[in-house]
Write a protein that binds this ligand. Structure first.
Ligand code: GLA
Length: 752
């Protein structure tokens, strides 16, 4: 197998090199084999999208990164791998080699990917190249420390469209003694040495998620991390590193990536004294310990990363495309988000059959397509003090079960959704009274509450089986199309007393694997079921959970002004295709800010539109406004959700003005949103220059809301809208406008 691949790879290389300047043929040839191995030079090379990635085997047998950047020509030679020369007795050869995946052992001083200790006290692990295979467009490179008996398989997958590469590792113990992994990363990404990098990352907290932060990289480390047991919102497992002072939305070299993992995680960004930058990501090493008996193995999550020359805006668009095509369960055919109604902000826990039916009737009349019953429908759930864990319908609130409401919702032409928080339990619940040992805890130690609840230990087989069964029954007995899957606290006291002490910390891995397994099995058993990942807002958004869910709830903060920043930050890493946004009441409960229904709708229309207001209190005039926006949204949602997003004016840092533009994948429509949070001394709103249009096509524009400057043409070329731009008249506090540009044909010879 290996021999055959090496032979084929060499032939392909010779073939491609011989093509000379024949670019289309060359492109076709490289497309046919995005991953190649040059056996003579011992160089692996990946060409995909606009990216080339290469690494080689150096004379010491280490796997060394050679290149990661814009696509090279097929014939371009890549140097063989040579480790940095020794500089002093403190940095001998091998200390700071930019290895693809390094064990902690030998003279190494850079951040290792894998650190182990054996039962006999040995902690030295030196990983060397063994072999490779290319199967089904995927590369697997085998490393080993033969004497220690540890094998590591590095997996590389490639997305031909975006050039995003996925990397993970499988660590196997072939020794005769047990080994404990103290640190197990998925991969390290090495950037070219430089002193002018800056790191962009996302940070936040409940109701204030998705703030974009930038800091210069200097020698030293930055640890982006969650120690919370789940993804968290303090940092999100995404990074972007940009080179030089000139980067912005549409210019500059950007290396970016994200981890597909919903448990504790770490992305460690290190710039060493040689100005080498290394990004190591995977399981959070904090409190990590994973014991492998002889013959056992551990797989890491996938760490995805990409590159672009075209600024952070393009980096985001590549991520969005990759998520739609490769991550989301619908794999390249994401279903459009239906317009949703949810009464949580209107009714809280006071849900009941009669009122929910009234709300459903009104929602359907407004054009809503999915009706969701939130918290409060089950057990003794009248507040957040009781009931979690008891997933049986509360008969005081729904005397006839959920069926009459579900039937009514369906009869009104809407799909039906239900809120669940399956991983949690209130101590005041039948489940906890029956199984107090089912939660994460340390024997004999206090159990810290968060929102009056404890975390069920899904790592236990019995607990995860129970959770699956309860949900499977709920979905089998009721005709439910959608679950809002909530998760409202961090872990504390993450003990697993039923396990042997040296296996208890496996809870960090096993819990999340069981969670994924439950959702995967539910989806298999109930095809068509859609799921939203919610974690008190946006505390569980990552490429891992995204692979099993259809949408996410970015924040409990529904103030439409705060939301502009929240949604903007979200889009750096994640696609608008999954970003839900609701129109709720004014003044908003978060900050008492009042806003017009127009502003609230336009802000929420940047994502998957939902209504969360008490619509029974809306006046006929408000109903008419809502009907009009919902209809307008249906007309543009494919563009907003699946199109190419351009961030024209940033709302970050409480900026008063912000604007976005989305261009449909087929180029037929573009949608522009512009907001003014606070009027600025009667100053004019800046001219907005559209992007991503066809210069030679003609576009007719119409306003959904707002006013354009007098003389704005109804029809003009893409060149006009992109170079002349459009002037919108936004002057007042909390003002907003939206416009749609429809392509109506070619402009002829507009650029002579
Ligand atoms: C979390 C969610 C909210 C709502 C409540 C219900 O806070 O983020 O949207 O579902 O739980 O308790």
């Amino acid at each position: 197998m290996k021999q055959a691949n090496a032979y084929l790879a060499t032939i392909m290389l010779a073939l491609v090199a011989g093509l000379g300047g024949n670019v289309p043929a060359l492109a076709a040839a490289t497309q046919a084999a995005p991953i190649r191995y040059d056996a003579a030079r011992r160089v692996f090379r990946i060409d995909a999208g606009k990216v080339t990635y290469a690494f080689g085997v150096n004379a010491d047998g280490e796997l060394q990164t050679l290149y990661w950047g814009s696509r090279l020509m097929a014939g371009d030679p890549l140097p063989v791998a040579v480790p940095p020369a020794p500089r002093s007795s403190f940095d001998p050869v091998g200390a700071d080699t930019p290895q693809e995946y390094a064990g902690w052992g030998g003279p190494i001083t850079v951040m290792p990917d894998l650190k182990v200790h054996f039962a006999d006290g040995n902690r030295d692990l030196v990983l060397r190249y063994d072999s490779y295979r290319i199967d089904d467009g995927k590369l697997q490179v085998m490393l080993h420390d033969r004497r220690a008996g540890i094998d590591v398989m590095l997996n590389y997958s490639v997305d031909a469209a975006t050039g995003i590469i996925g990397r993970s590792a499988r660590i196997e113990n072939h020794a005769s003694q047990a080994v404990t992994l103290d640190r197990a990363a998925s991969a390290s990404w090495n950037l070219p040495p430089a002193t002018d990098y800056s790191l962009r990352y996302l940070t936040g907290t409940w109701a204030s998620e998705w703030h974009v932060r930038t800091r210069p990289l200097t020698p030293g480390a930055t640890e982006l991390e969650s120690r919370r047991g789940s993804t968290g919102d303090e940092n999100n497992p995404w990074f972007a590193i940009e080179r030089g002072a000139q980067w912005n939305e549409s210019h500059g070299r950007v290396w970016f990536g994200a981890l597909a993992w919903s448990g504790s995680w770490s992305i460690h960004v290190d710039q060493d004294v040689l100005n080498q930058v290394r990004v190591t990501g995977g399981y959070d090493p904090f409190d990590f310990s994973y014991r492998l008996e002889p013959g056992q193995g551990l797989d890491t999550p996938v760490f995805y990363a990409g590159y672009t020359d075209d600024g952070i805006g393009e980096a985001s668009r590549l991520m969005h495309q990759f998520e739609r095509d490769r991550i989301l369960p619908a794999h390249g055919h994401p279903k459009l988000r239906p317009v949703l109604y949810n009464s949580w902000e209107a009714t809280g826990f006071k849900v009941n059959e009669a009122e929910q039916e009234r709300l459903a009737g009104k929602a359907a009349a407004l054009g809503v397509e999915r009706f969701v019953v939130d918290d409060g429908w089950f057990g003794a759930r009248n507040s957040d003090h009781a009931g979690l864990g008891d997933w049986t319908v509360n008969r005081e609130k729904f005397p006839h079960g959920l069926k009459p409401l579900i039937d009514k919702v369906h009869a009104l032409g809407m799909s039906f959704g239900l809120w669940v928080e399956p991983e949690m339990v209130n101590p005041d619940s039948d489940l906890y009274r029956r199984h107090p040992d089912w939660v994460l805890n340390f024997k004999g130690r206090p159990r810290s509450l968060g929102r009056n609840q404890l975390v069920l230990n899904l790592a236990r087989d019995d607990v995860s089986q129970y959770v699956f069964q309860v949900l499977d029954e709920l979905l089998s007995r009721n005709d439910i199309q959608f679950l809002k899957w909530d998760y409202n606290r961090n872990w504390s006291e993450p003990g697993w007393p039923q396990q042997a002490p040296d296996r208890q910390q496996q809870v960090y891995v096993t819990y999340v694997r069981h969670l994924y397994d439950i959702i995967r099995r539910l989806r298999e058993r109930h095809p068509g079921l859609e799921i939203e990942s919610c974690s008190g807002g946006g505390a569980r958004v990552d490429l891992g959970i995204m692979g099993l869910t259809d949408e996410v709830w970015p924040s409990d903060n529904t103030d439409p002004s705060d939301r502009l920043s929240i949604q903007d930050g979200f889009t750096y890493a994640y696609a608008p295709a999954v970003m839900m946004a609701w129109v709720t009441g004014s003044p908003n409960w978060v900050n008492g800010r009042s806003s017009s229904l127009d502003f609230r709708f336009l802000s929420a229309m940047q994502g998957g539109l939902g209504i969360g207001a008490d619509i029974l209190k809306w006046t006929p005039a408000e109903d008419a406004v809502a009907r009009r926006y919902i209809a307008a949204y249906k007309d543009i949602r494919a563009t907003v959700q699946l199109g190419r997003l351009y961030r024209l004016l940033s709302p970050q840092g409480h900026a008063p003005r912000s604007a976005t533009e989305s261009v449909a994948i087929d180029g037929r429509q573009a949608v522009l949103f512009a907001f003014l949070r606070q009027g600025q001394d009667a100053q004019a709103y800046p001219t907005l220059y559209l992007q991503g249009l066809d210069e030679t096509a003609r576009y007719r524009y119409r306003l959904i809301h707002g006013k354009a400057a007098a003389g704005t043409p109804a029809v003009a070329s893409g060149a006009y809208w992109m170079h002349h731009g459009i002037d919108l008249e936004l002057r007042n506090d909390m003002d907003a406008a939206a416009a749609v540009f429809e392509r109506i044909g070619t402009a002829g010879n507009v650029r002579r």
